[in-house]
Design a protein around this ligand. Structure first.
Ligand SMILES: Cc1ncc(COP(=O)(O)O)c(C=O)c1O
Length: 386
């Protein structure tokens, strides 16, 4: 198993940060790369036209290794919502057809489809929360012939439920339905191969499990959609953009592959090198290695919190890195206060605690969370769920 990598991050010893699903801390090396990139703007006379392209291509090539596809299939986007909007603008839907989403799906992968459905006389079809925690079976059940698009995650963000995307991809192709994926809560920590799953579009924001900065992400676009329409008709997405002296010789042609879908000002000199450095580090560790460590820490937490009345979906129906502990009653305010006092960081939503560890976490971090669960004053009500 990979040893703890906390020394590569700037996390004080008294902080137990178990919240990568909210926002990862930036690696020291990514911060350095981003700072150096930002500093280049202080000397613009040293910025040459080719540098608008080299950083972007390095990011694209590294993202392609994480996604398991060719660099030609990767576009650079600002957010998950931007990438989903691109998919929504390019995939056909007819009157009477449906667009499949999950119950409690993240809004960036819901609102665009609600709009597309309204505008085309189609309907959203919401996969109900499965009582047996099996989201894959629930999706396969809901994939009926009128489904035009399945817009799904790899990991359901409020339960930690894991979807078998290879099986779902096969079922979509069998039906002729398009598959659009939001991989924000999984890419970088749960193995994924675009060439196996064969989605039409797949997006991930960089600032969670890709350990990158905020406001940058990657979009996979299958070759069959490379002729589609981008959200922005800018200059850098065009075939002639490398020649700065003839940009006003307007070109009908776009740059190759998925580059036409890049967001405007995609050559971000600060964000791209930081995001690339973080993805490179993930590749050096290996996604499977990260998943193994994160899963082991969560297993320890799941077992210890069961005695406090919390439950979580069992593996393999739940993703190893993503633990949503639920109980019947709301979380007592004493626990929230104690977590803040003890500098233990998790996400609390209603009656659920979301724990999302990474390689910078230690067994001690987990034990500090367990101690808080044990230590709240109204232990009896916490244990019984009253
Ligand atoms: C499943 C999921 N998708 C996407 C995002 C971020 O969306 P966006 O990049 O559109 O802000 C989040 C943030 O919490 C998320 O949990």
């Amino acid at each position: 198993m990979l040893p703890c990598q906390r020394h590569l991050f700037d996390i004080p010893a008294d902080v137990a940060y178990l919240n990568c699903a909210y926002m990862s801390p930036l690696l020291k090396s990514a911060l350095e790369a981003g700072t150096a990139g930002l500093a280049r703007k202080a000397h613009p006379w040293e910025l040459t036209p080719d540098q608008f392209f080299t950083g972007a291509e390095e990011f694209r090539a590294t993202a392609a290794q994480i996604l398991g596809c060719s660099a030609d299939c990767v576009a650079i986007v600002s957010s998950a919502g931007y990438g989903i909007q691109m998919a929504a603008g390019n995939l056909p839907v007819r009157k009477g057809q449906t667009i499949l989403v999950l119950d409690e799906q993240f809004p960036s992968n819901y609102y665009p489809w609600q709009r597309v459905a309204e505008e085309n006389g189609a309907a959203l079809k919401i996969v109900p929360w499965p009582g047996d925690h099996d989201w894959t079976a629930a999706v396969l059940d809901a994939l009926t012939p009128e489904v035009a698009i399945a817009a799904l995650p790899h990991v359901h963000w409020t339960s930690g439920g894991r979807l078998d995307l290879v099986r779902i991809g096969q079922a979509c192709r069998h039906l002729g339905a398009a598959l659009v994926l939001d991989l924000t809560q999984s890419l970088g920590v749960l193995p994924f191969h675009a060439n196996e799953v064969q989605p039409d579009f797949a997006v991930a924001a960089s600032y969670k499990w890709l350990l990158g900065p905020y406001s940058i992400g990657l979009l996979y676009v299958a070759p069959k959609w490379h002729g589609g329409s981008p959200l922005e008709e800018g200059w850098i997405q065009r075939a002639n953009s490398r020649d700065f002296s003839s940009l006003i010789l307007y070109s009908e042609d776009y740059d190759a592959g998925a580059r036409r879908f890049d967001m405007g000002e995609r050559s971000n000199f600060a964000l791209l090198p930081a995001a690339k450095r973080a993805m490179q580090q993930i590749l050096d560790w290996s996604v499977a290695g990260i998943s193994e460590v994160s899963g082991a820490l969560n297993r320890r937490l799941a077992e210890a919190s069961a005695e406090r009345g919390f439950s979580a979906p069992p593996e393999p129906l739940r993703a190893p890195h993503y633990l949503c502990l639920r109980r019947k009653a709301p979380i007592p305010k004493e626990l929230t206060e104690m977590l803040a006092r003890e500098k233990v960081f998790v996400s609390i939503r209603g009656s659920s605690i979301r724990v999302a560890p990474h390689l910078y976490n230690t067994v001690e971090d987990c034990d500090r969370l367990i101690a808080c669960l044990r230590g709240v004053t109204n232990l009896r009500s916490l244990a019984t769920g009253n």
